[in-house]
Design a protein around this ligand. Structure first.
Ligand code: CA
Length: 233
């Protein structure tokens, strides 16, 4: 599980980061609200752990921004003593759980695992875009029911795109998320993989699903919500 942790108190932050790391979680750790907001919006996480009182953007502002953008990543807010109003507001804004300070890291880990279990049981392990579906547990990809073979890297790229239909993902974001590169290797790696994916998923008679935004990146189309968006606009 990849977790974003936003917490400005260094002792708590380090403790949680190390505790989660020791349990095999991959953790991005931000110490202020502005970088927390940036990470939350630009990356894809399995869960976000948000402190409320932060320098810069507050945890509640980050949560609101995520939900306004239809980003349904599970969020656990951590609240200090006396912040019960914030806790209620957080739950109203769509937080999945809260944990009052002080807490044991073990408790947070248990909550994260519970969220993960819930999301896999309720079918959130199944991504679908139009007639394309990908199962995060079995790693099966199907287009209108037809099973499609994927290499692990192709699957990572496809599921990254499918988690954010309608959203533009830059080459830099894709390289970071799928390949773990924090630099541009100066190759057309991403473009090559996108081409391979298209060949595999855009079966004859099916709508092409990956859009190229020249000079910017790629976008998984969102055929399920296209009508709704047009109607609202
Ligand atoms: Ca704080």
């Amino acid at each position: 599980m990849k977790i974003l942790l936003v917490e400005d108190e260094p002792e708590i932050g380090a403790l949680v980061r190390d505790g989660l790391g020791a349990e095999g979680f991959e953790v991005d750790y931000c110490e202020d609200g502005d970088s927390g907001m940036k990470h939350a919006i630009e990356n894809v996480y399995d869960a976000v752990v948000l402190d409320i009182m932060l320098p810069g953007k507050s945890g509640l502002e980050i949560l609101r921004k995520l939900r306004e953008g239809h980003n349904m990543v599970p969020v656990i807010i951590i609240t200090a003593r006396g912040e019960s109003d914030d806790r209620i507001e957080g739950l109203n804004l769509g937080a999945d759980d809260y944990l009052p300070k002080p807490f044991f890291v073990e408790e947070l880990i248990a909550r994260l695992r519970a969220i993960w279990r819930r999301s896999t049981e309720t079918g959130m392990s199944q991504l679908s875009v139009g007639t394309l579906s990908a199962n995060l547990m079995s790693r099966e990809v199907r287009r209108s029911g037809t099973l499609i073979d994927m290499t692990p890297k192709e699957f990572s790229l496809l599921s990254f795109l499918m988690r954010s239909p309608g959203r533009v993902l830059t080459r830099t974001q894709i390289l970071e998320q799928v390949w773990g590169y924090h630099f541009d290797p100066g190759t057309n790696l991403v473009d090559v993989y996108i081409r391979r994916l298209r060949t595999k998923i855009d079966l004859e008679g099916e709508q092409p699903l990956i859009e190229t935004l020249r000079g910017v990146g790629y976008r998984m189309l969102d055929p399920d919500n296209a009508d709704g968006d047009a109607g609202e606009g």
